[in-house]
Design a protein around this ligand. Structure first.
Ligand code: GLY
Length: 377
């Protein structure tokens, strides 16, 4: 699938990642990182203390499990296990939990269970899966995303949470989890993905009837715009729903959004702007959208015919190489692997900084190229 030059490049990058993540893991101990401090360039906060229910609290552990799987180094396994223990506090808080229990426990407990067979981890994964299934709306046939007064809100990011339900279905042989996940994926596919291959961030449904009421702009520029990370959630999320169900519509949806994404990202040197339908100025980059899309493209490439594959592989490699060349952080004194991720279009505080999820998808994509990854989703 990959030419020799790409393999050699990925091997060199993997060596640098292993070196850098070893340093970071030694410095962090059991702390859960998110964004390095602006002044020191180091992870100073511990998200397990600051915000135990934060949706990103699994990514570091996911990186550690991917690295343990690729290298067998005990440091990585121990770091991941310590993070998983500390996430138990989030279960105790409960009322702060949301649909992102998928992101949180797929990367911690479920990854642990997949690699070690730990029964304690299986129980934690199932606990999280039941919380996610408990958010299912049987009239609207969707899983509500957020809390407070947003009973009918569904966000495209949810497509990366429902793999927790596909896992639970297999883990205990109960198809209910699969029914919930497929109903949700169908609702998103038919209401949030647009006919032209672009995607809204949010769909607001009537929680009593399931009727689509509006599609606010969310973390993108505005309603009707095209938040790049949201597009990448759709690409990878629908590819994953295809992997778990075999439903061709999901693969076709992933491909449709992928084609739109490739057309857009090729205009800006293969590094995505935050929103593909925003004003020309200011130019704001979000590397994380490219990293997640690259993982989606590499997954899609595994399921299409010989003459289609190269489109997805080339797009993934173009994005990864362009991003690594411009935005990788190979300085040992600084934390983070990939700079210039952006939380959302209108939120100034997390603009063009290293964010843990950009690192996770970068790592997963590099390991995919080297055939050293395992499916965490
Ligand atoms: N899931 C929230 C985000 O993508 O920022």
């Amino acid at each position: 699938m990959f030419n020799d030059e790409t393999i050699q490049w990925a091997e060199e990058v993997f060596g640098k990642i292993d070196h850098k993540l070893t340093l970071e893991a030694e410095r962090l101990g059991d702390k859960i990182p998110y964004i390095p401090d602006e002044k020191t360039g180091r992870y100073e906060e511990d998200m397990a203390e600051k915000d135990p229910v934060w949706w990103c609290n699994g990514f570091w552990s996911g990186m550690m499990w991917q690295m343990y799987h690729a290298t067998d180094k005990e440091l990585y396994r121990k770091t991941a296990e310590a993070n998983e223990d500390r996430l138990d506090k989030a279960f105790d808080i409960y009322t702060g939990l949301h649909h992102d229990v998928g992101f949180m426990w797929l990367h911690t407990a479920v990854a642990n269970y997949r690699l070690t067979g730990s029964e304690r981890s299986k129980a934690r994964g199932l606990h999280a899966a039941h919380l996610l299934a408990g958010r299912y709306n049987p009239r609207g046939q969707f899983i509500r995303s957020w809390n407070r007064d947003r009973a009918g809100w569904v966000i495209i990011d949810s497509m990366l949470n429902i793999p927790l339900l596909y896992w639970a279905k297999e883990a205990i042989g109960d198809p209910r989890f699969g029914f919930d996940a497929e109903d949700h994926a169908d609702k998103v596919m038919n209401n949030i993905v647009r006919p032209d291959g672009s995607v809204s961030h949010i769909g607001v449904f009537d929680p009593y009837t399931g009727e689509l009421l509006e599609t606010p702009g969310g973390q993108g520029y505005a309603s009707g715009s095209s938040w790049s990370r949201g597009q990448s959630w759709a690409i990878y999320g629908f590819a994953l729903s295809y992997v778990h169900t075999g439903k061709q519509e999901y693969l076709d949806t992933a491909k449709k959004v992928a084609h739109y994404f490739i057309a857009e990202v090729s205009k800006t040197g293969w590094v995505p702007v935050v929103d593909f339908r925003s004003p020309a100025e200011p130019v704001m980059i979000d590397t994380s959208a490219g990293m997640c899309a690259a993982c989606g493209f590499l997954e899609i490439a595994k399921h299409v015919g010989e003459y289609e594959k190269q489109l997805y592989i080339d797009a993934a490699i173009n994005i990864l190489k362009a991003t690594e060349a411009k935005y990788a952080i190979w300085d040992d004194e600084k934390d983070g692997l990939i700079d210039y991720a952006t939380g959302s279009y209108h939120e100034e505080s997390w603009t063009e900084v290293p964010i843990i999820y950009s690192d996770y998808y970068f790592l997963e994509a590099i390991l995919r190229i080297l055939d050293k990854s395992f499916l965490i989703w």
